[in-house]
Design a protein around this ligand. Structure first.
Ligand code: ZN
Length: 319
């Protein structure tokens, strides 16, 4: 047997559509794969925290806890919880979404899966986008550019009047050489100090160097354990994209992306999902193998609900 593609988890994943079909030829194969991703170290009972490396599989995707006798469904607490559609259809949707360079539209997904309704395809896409954001994911580190913009407004600033009715997005971009590293994007209610500081606190590791312009909303972040470097636009006389080149580039790419696939038809209420999808793709843009994106999304779909984790922490889990 060949080496598994993922060296850390030891879990293999399909690299081509032909391999995908071989991997997931049946519902049982899909269930086994979810179980492998979820419990690749050990089966942990969400009810009592008992863990074992030799779980008893009862069929129909149910595992029996030898300690408390509770049965746990492989899909409980995952994205696939209580789905009425075959898992294989879900896997196919995930393959389709991750193998399209620029992402998938609901119409495209509906066609590929032969789903009866556009609404189902749309709902699926939104569920998958939600899975793209990993709870407790790593924070940005090192030097980080932070700025805010009216997304969809081609990077226009919205600090003055008229800002009230726009959807404002905060963006943080790691500095990696001359280009951007990883990014975070989030909708913020306004450009006030509390909103900007909350965004920074949630997304950037302490002791990082934060580069911003001289906007008053950024004052005080040096008291939060960060190094604050203010790039003063008026002093340098440079346009914003020269002073904050990486953030500016990310915003331009985002605007082009959603204008391209979605024709700009995003309601503000759904913008956060698109920010998540864009961030997921952007942060993995160097993953050459599409299969790795599929694997990442699968991992996140399997542990996207935090509830069982709380039970595990409270239980008698091993080291
Ligand atoms: Zn148990």
């Amino acid at each position: 047997m060949e080496e598994p593609r993922h060296p850390v988890s030891g879990i293999d994943y399909p690299g081509t559509f032909q391999e995908f079909e071989e991997f997931f030829s049946s519902e049982r194969a899909c269930l086994d794969y979810i179980a492998k991703i979820r419990w690749h170290k050990a089966f942990i009972c969400p009810s009592c925290g008992f863990n074992t490396q030799k779980p008893s599989l009862m069929g129909r995707g149910l595992f029996l806890c030898r300690e408390c006798k509770r049965q746990t469904s492989v899909t409980a607490g995952t994205l696939f919880h209580r789905t009425h559609k075959p898992l294989r259809t879900w896997f196919l949707a995930m393959w389709f979404v991750t193998s399209q360079k620029h992402g998938a539209s609901a119409l495209g997904l509906q066609r590929v899966l032969g789903l009866g309704s556009y609404n189902t395809a749309w709902t699926w896409l939104h569920k998958l986008r939600r899975a793209m954001v990993r709870p407790g994911r790593d924070q940005l580190t090192g030097a980080v550019e932070v700025d805010e913009t009216y997304v969809g407004g081609l990077g226009s600033k919205i600090r003055g009047r008229g800002a009230r009715h726009k959807t404002i997005t905060a963006i943080a971009t790691e500095v990696r050489g001359r280009g951007p590293g990883r990014i975070r994007m989030a909708i913020i209610p306004d450009v006030s100090g509390p909103s900007l500081r909350a965004f920074i606190f949630n997304n950037i590791q302490e002791r990082s160097e934060i580069r911003t312009d001289a906007w008053t909303g950024y004052r005080g972040i040096d008291t939060m354990g960060y190094k604050h470097v203010v790039k003063n636009l008026s002093e340098s006389g440079d346009p914003a994209h020269v002073v904050m080149p990486r953030v500016h580039r990310v915003v331009a790419l985002f605007d082009r992306w959603w204008l391209g696939i979605h024709q700009g038809a995003i309601r503000p209420a759904h913008l956060d999902y698109y920010l998540d999808e864009f961030t997921f793709r952007f942060n993995r843009r160097s993953s050459k193998a599409r299969g790795l994106l599929f694997y990442r999304l699968m991992q996140q779909a399997v542990d996207c609900v935090p509830v069982p984790r709380r039970a595990i922490v409270g239980g008698k889990q091993g080291a």
